[in-house]
Design a protein around this ligand. Structure first.
Ligand code: FE2
Length: 197
């Protein structure tokens, strides 16, 4: 295990979660659907908790939460850009369009978040001693929530787009109804949506 690159992953993971808090806060200004609003409020609270969980990993590993790296700066830039995209949409004053922009922003942010945690889980299997322990504990705490954040919001984004196209949508999306927590489950849910119309 290359320690320096593992640290880089952790800096990026912290920055992703911090960006996530800003992204959900802004998305809640864009949301129109009440069920989705409830989901995103829950995800915002969970993301705030993820920030704390990553901070705890930093403490255990003796890392500086303020340390800057070029990769971390890129993650921050992407997060700020996603917030900006929602602000642009809000300025245009079309609520349904802003909601779609917010949903897409969350899918993009959660795709990175999901990758980070997948990699942290893989690193936990190979790491040793207190590093392995810290990573494993954090990973176990967030894993299911990260799956939900990505797969469920992906479903919402697709169905809300379908609705705006004037076609019949499955709302809440099959991913949420079926409580999907895996990529295979998400594929199955999407495949089964025809039966849920
Ligand atoms: Fe997260």
């Amino acid at each position: 295990m290359k320690e320096e690159q593992l640290n880089e992953l952790l800096y990026q993971a912290l920055e992703t979660e911090l960006g996530g808090v800003q992204i959900y806060t802004t998305a809640l200004r864009c949301v129109v659907n009440d069920d989705l609003k409830e989901e995103w409020e829950k995800y915002l609270e969970q993301t705030r908790n993820h920030v704390q969980i990553v901070r705890t990993v930093f403490e255990k590993l003796g890392l500086d939460t303020e340390a800057e790296t070029p990769g971390r700066a890129v993650v921050r830039h992407v997060g700020e850009s996603l917030v900006k995209s929602m602000e642009m949409a809000l300025e245009s004053g079309e609520p349904e369009a802003s909601q779609l922009v917010a949903a897409e922003a969350i899918v993009m942010a959660e795709t990175k978040d999901h990758l980070n945690w997948h990699l942290i889980g893989e690193a936990a299997k190979k790491a040793k001693g207190k590093v392995a322990e810290a990573l494993k504990e954090a990973h176990e705490e967030v894993e299911d929530e990260e799956d939900e954040h990505l797969y469920h919001t992906t479903g919402w984004t697709r169905e809300l787009w379908i609705e705006t196209l004037g076609m019949k949508a499955v709302l809440p999306p099959p991913e949420e109804v079926k409580e999907v927590k895996t990529a295979i489950g998400a594929a199955r849910a999407q495949h089964a949506r025809g039966d849920m119309l």
